[in-house]
Design a protein around this ligand. Structure first.
Ligand SMILES: [Zn+2]
Ligand SMILES: [Zn+2]
Length: 313
């Protein structure tokens, strides 16, 4: 199971009901953030999922609406008693940006580890998620989208365990990933696994025009969280000029990717009511929603259905 909260759904500037970009992702009690706009700390306090379990931050790019909350976040982590390293991934320039933003932060009780990714992106693992960063098109500045995959272990096959002579009392250890000994033979967990099972894939990408790398990485995702900076065609000149998307473009990506659902976020201040555009955009991709600050979503492993089961609260 993977849960997330859209802490901030505003783009460029905050408004009273929309903080700036930030997503809180939680898996098995451990968590990470994607982006840390102004207001992120307040959003986390309101949510109540805590600071202590936050292990890392993935930054999409260094426009202020995505990173100005960082200094306060690092201070809050210290106040929460953090003593383990905190990891930050981001595009080129990460060290300079973090040092600049944190000039007012005194020495911390924990280590901040910076992982600057090359222009073509890269891979990481955190809180049990396989993370892939991919470059997107935000007008020439380095900007990444992130594909998060929560893999699911293949089902245990008792027939294989029996055939290998594994005694019943060792089955549980194998199921938990341990190697066991049967006489002089070593039996590894992968020898007693059946068919692979589908995991959960979540893709987050804001601040981009539609582009090939986004289309490729969106493919087959259970849920796409994409920017919906502007509502409709009328705002296309601004979208082109500022390197953002309109709702129908995001919906077109979701349709082409055969995604399970689409959640729009990163709304312009000019977009007073994102939901008013949903009836039109659902003609392109039916399962489209508009995110709200503080909304939580649960994604469960698919059982018989093709895509992960998603519920909003
Ligand atoms: Zn932005
Ligand atoms: Zn931007």
């Amino acid at each position: 199971m993977l849960e997330f909260c859209t802490l901030g759904t505003g783009g460029t500037l905050p408004i009273p009901e929309r903080a700036l970009s930030s997503l809180y992702v939680r898996v098995n009690g451990q968590s990470l953030l994607i982006d840390c706009g102004e207001g992120t700390q307040v959003g986390i306090r309101r949510l109540g999922w805590g600071f202590r379990c936050l292990d890392g931050l993935l930054l999409t790019h260094y426009h202020g609406d995505h990173c100005t909350g960082l200094a306060g976040l690092l201070l809050s982590l210290e106040k929460a008693g953090r003593d383990q390293p905190f990891h930050i991934w981001g595009p080129k320039g990460l060290k300079r940006v973090v040092e600049g933003l944190c000039v007012i932060v005194p020495p911390l009780s924990y280590t901040v580890l910076l992982h600057e990714l090359p222009p073509e992106g890269g891979d990481a693992e955190l809180i049990g998620l396989k993370i892939h960063a991919f470059p997107v098109d935000h007008g020439g500045i380095p900007c990444f989208g992130y594909r998060l995959v929560l893999e699911r272990q293949a089902v245990f096959d008792p027939g294989k365990a029996k055939a290998l002579g594994v005694p019943l009392e060792d089955w549980k250890r194998l199921q938990q990933g341990e190697t066991v000994h049967v006489g002089l033979k070593k039996i590894r967990p992968e020898q007693v696994l059946g068919e692979r099972r589908r995991g959960i894939t979540l893709v987050f990408s804001t601040d981009t025009r539609p582009c090939e790398t986004l289309e490729k990485n969106a493919k087959g995702a259970d849920l796409l969280i994409l920017e919906g900076m502007y509502g409709d065609e009328e705002k296309m000149p601004q979208a082109l000029k500022n390197h953002h998307m309109i709702f129908p473009e995001a919906a077109g990506i979701a349709r082409k990717a055969e995604a399970g659902a689409l959640l729009l976020t990163h709304f312009s201040t000019s977009l007073e009511n994102p939901e008013q555009y949903l009836p039109e955009v659902r003609k392109i991709f039916e399962k489209t929603w508009a995110a709200k600050d503080g909304e939580t979503v649960t994604m469960r492993y698919p059982e018989h259905e093709e895509k992960a089961w998603i519920s909003l609260s």
